[in-house]
Design a protein around this ligand. Structure first.
Ligand SMILES: [Zn+2]
Length: 231
């Protein structure tokens, strides 16, 4: 049986790009979206958009941290479309705690080349508030084990896989991007994806679709997931 293509079966994993409700990484450019032309004045509507490459739900390309690493326009679209996904429930982790390999090991048999690993902490409910800034973050050693299992794309519902201003710096970014992997940050609705994962006889598929920004180190994405019947 083929997967259903009904609209209701697609789960949007993307935060709306709403300047009135967004968490920007400290030091990154502000999100500005305002009318440049309006129908009453001009006969048509156009907005002016100013955005950082790491604003909202977005992908980090290797060139975010790695000199001569691949830029976002160099990532083959096929690597980002309809990837089998694993959602790991980490909602028991506290603010500022570390996600270690022990939290992930029981899923290791599902981690393989081409799968997208999604770490569900529940932090997306804090989006746009101060509480979003202090989140569970990933241990560098766990990141190395994820990569060793063959996973190249790690997604999170937090601002970063690294702690802001933590003693380990940008260790997880450097580890994943240095291996040619990709990081997807600021995902939302992973709870809905987890519910689908728990249904029998289904496989989760996810897509994260960036803009083709020439030479850039990342891009906002539309991220979404759906289930595909396996029987
Ligand atoms: Zn980023």
């Amino acid at each position: 049986m083929m997967s259903s293509s009904s609209e209701s079966s697609v789960i949007d994993l993307t935060h709306p790009l709403d300047p009135s409700k967004v968490t920007i990484y400290p030091g990154d450019p502000q999100l500005i979206c305002r009318p440049a032309a309006t129908i009453p004045q001009d006969g048509y509507s156009v907005h002016s958009l100013s955005i950082g490459t790491h604003t909202g739900t977005h992908i980090d390309a290797p060139s975010h941290f790695i000199v001569n690493g691949a830029s976002i326009d160099q990532i083959p679209l096929g690597a980002l479309i309809a990837c089998p996904a694993i959602v790991i429930d980490l909602t028991y982790k506290e603010a500022g705690s570390k996600i270690v390999w022990d939290d992930l090991a029981k899923y290791s048999s599902k981690m393989k080349e081409g799968t997208m690993l999604l770490l569900y902490t529940g932090w997306s409910t804090h989006w746009g508030t101060n509480a979003y800034m202090k989140y569970p973050y990933l241990d560098r050693n766990a990141a190395e084990k994820i990569l060793a299992a063959g996973v190249k794309i790690v997604g999170l519902d937090t601002l970063s896989p690294d702690e802001i201003d933590g003693p380990e710096g940008y260790g997880v970014h450097e580890t994943i991007l240095g291996a040619g992997g990709l990081i997807v940050e600021n995902l939302t609705n992973l709870n809905a994806l987890l519910e689908l994962e728990e249904e029998n006889g289904t496989e989760l598929l996810t897509s994260v679709v960036p803009l083709s920004l020439t030479g850039c180190d990342g891009s906002p994405v539309r991220a979404f997931g759906w289930k595909c019947a396996t029987v």
